[in-house]
Ligand binder design. Structure first.
Ligand code: BGC
Length: 754
């Protein structure tokens, strides 16, 4: 323990310390304290709508908030794979936030979907950090373009709700860097978010809110973050440790407790008052960055924003299956709409992100509007609250409706109580009454379409093969009904792609054995093998892979090409053409298969993507700059990003499991300088070094008896046996006898050659 000498502060300093300490703790639930020329800053959830509470405040969505447009939550929006759309939605959210008096919107929420059971997967974007990062950059730019701030959350590794306030996530550094921190890094470096929200959980033994490595060394020193760090609501356990670690603002306010603790620590000499001043400086900057510069006319926004919510929801829908062109529905067909969710839709999850929508479009009304009320019958099929006898009757009437229709469209999904902040799910199944309805209807209907409303992945078993089409509706926000009708009727050509894998079974998922942990510890045993990285690397069958999604038109790719532009960069090109009869959008996905490496790498990783809208017959050539990070892995032993030299493969794909073209190319990659080799480096490293290796071989060969010199297969077996030894150990071996002086000379000679 360090001994601190308590201090006598002069009265000006003492007043300033008190004022600073007060400013660094919230005034109430949603705003900061005003003082020192800094105005009070108002914050609100977030992320997919503005939850501005007028009355009783809470952070779990219990109490009402003012009406605001409910855009699709993250699970939906991310399935659009469309950064431009994210930006547009961000702008609309910024305008609404502004008009409701909100300075900072608490989002985007960009934790990685480690397990489909995660309670907040409906809010989060994807299992892939690059997709998450690019979409989040666009979202932040959109919101901040209106002058409203964002708070990128929850930093970091908040991939579960179970025990979220206490759980210690034990994660190896490669998984942290490559998977869990990567999207945050991307946003910080490319969109300059005004704030970052620290998570509740601990990482490797240190709570995020008190984690200096995370909040200062990585976030600020490495990534250059210059905004404010705010705590998740109530996340701080030790105010002084939090400030010292780099957490600026405590939210919500803790009354006198937080400020008093800071003042006492300064007086006791254990906290430098400069740290308080620095954090207050960041608060001032946040106030400046979010200062009101423009006025928005809210009245005109409501309708325009609802239309945008409809467009966004339409782009979020993923057409999973469409046998014999069952969809789109055609005018004149008799349609049976089944399932209570068609009249009482689910379009968001529970918890702090819960938005009070300005209106809600009901699927049944919208389908009737589009196809003619007389062609569409409705039957509830199940009841959220009903009993077993009633359930049987509901299914019978649904089957009756289905058997006299051309197509039965069944609405099934999860309810808000199934997917919420605060707890994780325990299984992936749809409610039993929904499964029973699908099973019964599929047996009698001429054609069956299933429309899913679910914030998190649900199992499509055992009914998948019994139905003709499946529309993955995710959580679509307030325009749920019109957006689904648009896609079902073909007014909108589906263009969403899965941002997460749909597995065959829960037990197939990579975190199955380690989720959600026990006794307040969760081990990220699967390391970097999250989502498709795991399924593809282990060749495990999935129901639908990451990146999958159908369209009512077809696209063909041609002329793929890759040009290496540097030792660690390349540019890829491909032409895509709409070969069908309808306007549509294709998501072109590029994956990279890595060169052989010392570390075990996923067999492919998403490197780039682009969404392109094409008229029938139209084609476009797309170009992708692939930077160093696309090829690199985190080299934990050297604490650096590292690009292995060797042959890589560009894979042009329709999903993580459907590769259309491959192109191989060589990268020179990173090479250790001779001076990076030490006596502790392995024999393998020495021999593999492009300059040192050959020199070493010459020295060794000179020492060998003539008879052995030429036998290269024997030599390489010998080398394999010793390659993991340190050079120091190897050099001392009888028969090797390389003196340290000889090795030094060798490195000097190599240094002169490079
Ligand atoms: C959530 C945050 C949210 C905050 C304020 C917390 O419970 O984790 O995402 O922004 O409450 O409502």
């Amino acid at each position: 323990m360090t001994d601190h000498v308590s201090r006598q502060l002069d009265s000006t300093t003492s007043m300033q310390v008190r004022q600073h300490a007060a400013l660094l703790s919230g005034r109430d639930f949603w705003s900061s304290v005003e003082g020192a020329g800094i105005r009070s800053i108002v914050m609100a959830d977030g992320p997919h709508g503005v939850r501005m509470q007028g009355g009783e405040a809470d952070h779990l969505g219990f109490n009402h908030s003012q009406p605001a447009t409910c855009f699709p939550p993250g699970a939906g929006l991310a399935s659009s794979w469309d950064p431009d759309l994210m930006c547009e939605v961000g702008k609309a959210l910024g305008r609404e936030a502004r008009s409701l008096g909100v300075d900072v919107l608490l989002g985007p929420a960009i934790n990685i979907k480690r397990s489909p059971l995660g309670g907040r997967t409906f809010e989060y974007y994807s299992e892939d950090p690059r997709l998450t990062g690019e979409l989040a950059v666009a979202f932040v730019r959109g919101v901040q373009g209106t002058g409203v701030g964002t708070s990128v959350k929850h930093f970091a590794v908040n991939s579960q709700e179970t025990d979220r306030m206490r759980v210690n996530a034990v994660v190896d550094e490669r998984a942290l860097r490559e998977i869990y921190l990567s999207a945050f890094e991307y946003v910080v470096k490319n969109a300059s978010p005004t704030s970052v929200m620290s998570a509740y959980n601990a990482i490797n033994g240190e709570f995020c809110s008190e984690n200096r490595w995370l909040l200062t060394e990585i976030l600020r020193d490495e990534w250059g973050f210059d905004g404010l760090v705010v705590s998740d609501w109530g996340a701080i356990k030790d105010r002084v440790a939090a400030l010292t670690a780099g957490l600026d603002l405590e939210m919500p306010g803790s009354g006198d407790e937080g400020p008093d603790a800071l003042v006492a620590a300064v007086m006791a000499g254990s906290l430098d008052e400069k740290l308080l001043a620095t954090s207050v400086g960041r608060l001032r900057r946040l106030a400046d960055r979010t200062a009101i510069t423009t006025d928005y006319d809210r009245s005109s926004d409501v309708e325009a924003h609802h239309l945008l919510a409809r467009k966004a929801a339409g782009e979020s829908i993923v057409l999973l299956r469409n046998e014999a062109d069952t969809l789109p529905l055609r005018r004149g067909q008799k349609i049976a709409v089944l399932g209570e969710l068609a009249v009482d839709p689910q379009f968001q999850g529970g918890g702090s992100s819960h938005v009070n929508p300005t209106r809600v479009d009901l699927p049944l009304d919208e389908i009737r509007d589009a196809l003619g009320a007389e062609r569409v019958v409705y039957s509830a099929g199940y009841s959220r609250t009903g009993n077993v006898t009633a359930a049987k009757e509901l299914i019978e009437s649904a089957c009756e409706a289905a058997s006299s229709a051309d197509v039965a469209v069944i609405f099934v999904g999860l309810y808000e109580e199934d997917q919420s902040e605060g707890f994780d799910r325990e299984h992936l199944d749809l409610p039993a009454s929904h499964l029973a309805l699908i099973d019964a209807v599929a047996k009698v209907a001429a054609r069956t379409v299933v429309v899913l409303s679910n914030g998190g992945v649900v199992s499509l078993e055992p009914w998948h093969d019994q139905v003709d089409a499946i529309v993955e509706g995710w959580a679509l926000g307030q325009a749920v009904g019109s957006a689904i009708a648009d896609v079902l009727t073909g007014t909108v050509n589906p263009s969403g792609r899965l941002a997460e894998t749909i597995p065959m079974a829960l037990s197939d998922t990579p975190a199955f054995l380690n989720f959600p942990g026990e006794q307040e510890v969760v081990r990220y045993g699967e390391s970097v093998f999250v989502g498709y990285r795991y399924y593809t690397s282990t060749n495990r069958e999935v129901r639908y892979p990451f990146g999958h999604g159908l369209s009512y038109t077809t696209f063909v790719y041609s002329d793929p090409d890759i040009v290496v532009t540097a030792s660690d960069a390349a540019t890829a090109r491909v032409t895509v053409r709409n070969d069908g009869q309808l306007v549509g959008s294709e998501v072109v996905q590029l994956y990279i298969a890595p060169a052989p490496s010392d570390v075990r790498r996923p067999i492919r990783e998403l490197a780039a993507f682009d969404k392109v809208a094409l008229r029938p017959g139209e084609s476009r050539t797309l170009s992708f700059d692939l930077d160093r990070r696309v090829f690199a892995h985190w080299d934990a032993s050297g604490s650096r990003w590292w690009v292995d030299p060797g042959t890589y493969e560009l894979q042009l794909a329709r999903s993580a499991s459907d590769i259309a073209y491959t192109l191989q190319f060589r990268l020179d990659g990173d090479v250790e300088g001779p001076s990076d080799l030490t006596l502790d480096s392995t024999v393998k490293k020495w021999f593999e070094h492009p300059v040192v290796g050959p020199l070493l071989l010459d020295v060794m060969a000179a020492k060998m008896p003539d008879a052995q010199r030429g036998d290269s297969s024997e030599n390489s077996t010998m080398l394999k046996m010793v390659e993991s030894m340190s050079m120091g150990q190897f050099a001392r071996f009888p028969g090797v006898d390389l003196s340290h002086g000889a090795l030094d000379d060798l490195l000097t000679a190599a240094g002169q050659e490079t």
